[in-house]
Design a protein around this ligand. Structure first.
Ligand code: HEC
Length: 153
């Protein structure tokens, strides 16, 4: 049987719309309210995040961190935007994806992040403020645009 163009078009439409349906487990539609950067910095210190992290441009009172704990640097210039989706995931589901630039054994044991679990003690407001604080310390590296010499006819 030969397919008429209209049928081909309909098939394509069905395929495209199926492809566009988001996975129910995707983060699409997730929006955080505005957080408070200052409060986020205090929360960072209160929850002792600085036992394992440095934040670019911020000095915290040093805490005793266990000697075998590799310090993981947060903030600074990255090639990719750290969305708040990335940051929330890193905080409440740390084993989902490990920070890049470290050997796995430095940051994880048996595939589990060495990060402390906060889900039973952190309030949602603390999480929102922490994300606002961290986000304000990330920047995205801008590449210089390639310059083209104008060509005159
Ligand atoms: C016991 C040590 C420890 C503590 C305490 C800790 N973390 Fe972590 N954290 C880690 C390690 C190790 C990693 C790297 C592995 C990973 O990505 O899960 C990490 C990763 C992260 C990342 C992802 C970094 C990246 O570049 O992808 C964020 C964001 C983060 N932590 C935030 C926090 C915040 C906020 C707190 C305090 C509420 C905290 N951490 C407390 C050990 C810790």
């Amino acid at each position: 049987m030969k397919m008429k163009p209209i049928h081909v078009a309909l098939c394509l439409l069905v395929l495209i719309s199926v492809g566009c349906t988001p996975d129910p487990k995707s983060g699409k539609g997730f929006t955080l309210p505005e957080g408070d950067i200052q409060r986020g910095q205090q929360t960072f210190a209160t929850l002792h995040c600085q036992a394992c992290h440095t934040v670019k441009g911020v000095t915290f009172d040093t805490l005793e961190s266990s000697a075998d704990q590799k310090m993981v640097a947060l903030g600074g210039a990255k090639t990719k935007v750290q969305t708040y989706g990335d940051l929330v995931t890193s905080i409440i589901n740390p084993s989902h994806r490990f920070a890049t630039g470290y050997a796995e054994e430095e940051v994880a044991t048996d595939g589990e992040s060495k990060m402390r679990r906060y889900n039973n003690e952190m309030t949602v407001q603390q999480l929102i403020d922490l994300v606002a604080f961290l986000e304000s310390h990330y920047s995205v590296i801008q590449y210089d645009q390639t310059r083209y010499v104008p060509f005159h006819f």
